[in-house]
Design a protein around this ligand. Structure first.
Ligand SMILES: NC(=O)c1ccc[n+]([C@@H]2O[C@H](COP(=O)([O-])OP(=O)(O)OC[C@H]3O[C@@H](n4cnc5c(N)ncnc54)[C@H](O)[C@@H]3O)[C@@H](O)[C@H]2O)c1
Length: 336
């Protein structure tokens, strides 16, 4: 195989994946599927000649597809991923992997049984600033981590509408639906949090079925502690400001700020001054994500953001939701 031939199911966020596929010389976009024909017709203007389907099962019958991107509402991830794996396709499934742990386990089991790759689209791992921060931390630049924090601050009052009412599902708590980006980021940096306590309220999206603001504090391996703040109703631009504190320095990185700050150097006056790193702003680096998945399929590169990783992020997020409801600290294991 010299190219991975892709189909994309769901052409909202899926359209961004289609651009990512087109920008990769080892990938080819063959087919797309959406129940909304108007939306597909619009996509065809950018991707002329790509086959269109309104039933994903028909798309999956194609022998000339190696992989599919599942970019439909979260509630459909399990059904479509299982069908695609069963049809012999590798799958890149959007985040969150699913809304329940049962669904996550079924998807893990199916990928093990079929021996097909299942990647979860936690795209924060491809955001240039977060990637750079992770490299610096792994290289020991800020020493021994002791505190990590990330946030997902968004205003969902603008999102529901023509395509998006599926977000108004009691199972799709904001801490899981969008907040999984921040949860996955701290997990990527500090490992799996094993104790989680959280508080939540609902003062902004008052008709929403779940709380809209949550703060979770977490204990990680190696005596690291951390916090994740998620608001889906705040009045500001979408941001994931994140700070990583280590024994030798501190990194402040925000997906909306083109400068990453690394505090390390002692200045003459005794204050720690930041080194400023220019960072490309790219919140939806589907080009990087598709490149990684294509490399996994073509060259057998290890799959980092696999189904178990996706499920661990869901489990940590759901533990925070549980804690915010029960008032109890939740202990979490990660056996999938
Ligand atoms: N990685 C990110 O940063 C990011 C950003 C936005 C959304 N997402 C995720 O991407 C997924 C899609 O979100 P979105 O914002 O594109 O939502 P959306 O509502 O804009 O688009 C979903 C599309 O799926 C289509 N669809 C629904 N049911 C279908 C079916 N049975 N068969 C085929 N198509 C169907 C809809 O017609 C719609 O066009 C969700 O899982 C979401 O959480 C990820």
């Amino acid at each position: 195989m010299d190219k991975v031939r892709y189909g994309v199911i769901g052409v909202g966020m899926g359209k961004a994946h289609m651009f990512g596929i087109r920008e990769n010389t080892n990938a080819e976009l063959v087919a797309m599927c959406d129940t909304n024909e108007e939306r597909m017709a619009d996509c065809l203007k950018s991707f002329p000649g790509v086959a269109t389907y309104t039933d994903y099962r028909e798309l999956l019958k194609r022998d000339d597809l190696d992989a599919v991107v599942v970019a439909t509402p979260d509630q459909l991830h399990r059904e479509m991923t299982l069908a695609a794996l069963d049809a012999g396709k590798h799958v890149l499934c959007e985040k969150p992997m699913a809304l329940t742990l049962d669904d996550c386990q079924a998807m893990i089991d199916a990928s093990r049984k079929t021996d097909k790759k299942l990647m979860i689209g936690q795209i924060g791992r491809f955001t240039p600033g977060f990637k750079r921060a992770k490299e610096l931390i792994d290289n020991g630049e800020i020493g021994d981590l002791f505190f990590v924090e990330s946030e997902y601050a968004h205003d969902y009052s603008k999102i529901p509408g023509k395509f998006s009412n599926w977000r108004l599902d009691p199972l799709r708590h904001g801490f899981l639906g969008g907040g999984c980006h921040a949860v996955d980021l701290v997990r990527w940096i500090a490992g799996n949090p094993y104790e989680i306590a959280a508080f939540a309220n609902k003062k902004m999206l008052t008709t929403w079925p779940t709380d809209d603001c949550t703060i979770a504090i977490m204990k990680f391996p190696n005596d690291v502690i951390g916090k994740v703040f998620v608001s889906i109703g705040c009045k500001r631009n979408y941001t994931m400001r994140s700070v990583f504190y280590g024994s030798k320095g501190t990194i402040i990185v925000d997906n909306t700020n083109p400068t990453m700050q690394v505090f390390k150097t002692e200045s003459d006056c005794g204050f720690t001054v930041p080194m400023l790193y220019p960072i490309a702003l790219n919140n939806h680096n589907t080009k990087g994500e598709i490149a990684a998945f294509t490399d996994v399929i073509l060259n057998g590169t290890p799959l980092e953001m696999d189904a178990v990783q996706g499920a661990c992020t869901v489990k940590a997020a759901l533990a925070a939701v549980e804690s915010s409801k029960t008032g109890q600290v939740v202990k979490v294991d990660y056996n999938f």
